[in-house]
Write a protein that binds this ligand. Structure first.
Ligand SMILES: [Zn+2]
Ligand SMILES: [Zn+2]
Length: 176
């Protein structure tokens, strides 16, 4: 698996080339080399603690996408990535190591090259973790909000003054 080819594929999806994307490519490459497979459905699940450019590499190279529900974002602002394979019940966690890359006077392209030539263990702390996952993304029926009438997933409807409503309407009602 050539890092260069993976990076090209990721850049086509992401739209530009950047160090964040290179980090995601390296993470995806390592995960694929560990025997995890690209997920056409929800075989692989990734939990990310950031929404940086790196996550786009995971979406395109691993098939873990927001729309399929096998990409879960926890908004902690941390460069940590959890990978779970439902077929093998394996789990792996990658945590970006702090590095002096930001301090060195490298151009953006030089940074990208340094990253792409790194070994995964140079830039990530790699841990095998227990297979421990939320269930498959349930298909939730949508119902109209009683205030604005727009279809809203059942699990996201709020009850207020004995009406079922969407979250934006709920927030507006609470402000009144
Ligand atoms: Zn980017
Ligand atoms: Zn509404």
């Amino acid at each position: 698996m050539e890092t260069k080819n993976l990076m090209e594929k990721a850049v086509r999806f992401h739209g530009h080339i950047c160090p964040g994307l290179a980090i995601g490519v390296l993470a995806a490459k390592h995960i694929l080399e560990r025997g995890y497979l690209y997920a056409p459905n929800e075989e692989l699940v990734v939990i990310v603690e950031n929404d940086s450019c790196s996550v786009d590499a995971l979406q395109v190279l691993l098939g873990t996408t927001f729309g399929k529900g096998n990409l879960i974002h926890k908004d902690y602002g941390k460069l940590k990535y959890y990978f779970y394979d439902r077929r093998t019940e394996k789990g792996t966690r990658l945590t970006l190591k702090s590095s002096d890359l930001g301090d060195k006077k490298l151009s953006k392209n030089e940074k990208i090259q340094v990253l792409l030539n790194s070994k995964p263990e140079d830039i990530f702390i790699i841990d095998d973790i227990e297979f421990n996952l939320p269930g498959l993304a349930p298909i939730k029926e949508s119902l109209p909000c009683e205030i604005c009438g727009e279809l809203t997933m059942n699990g996201r409807l709020m009850t207020y003054n004995s009406s079922e409503m969407c979250i934006p309407c709920y927030k507006k009602m609470r402000e009144q």
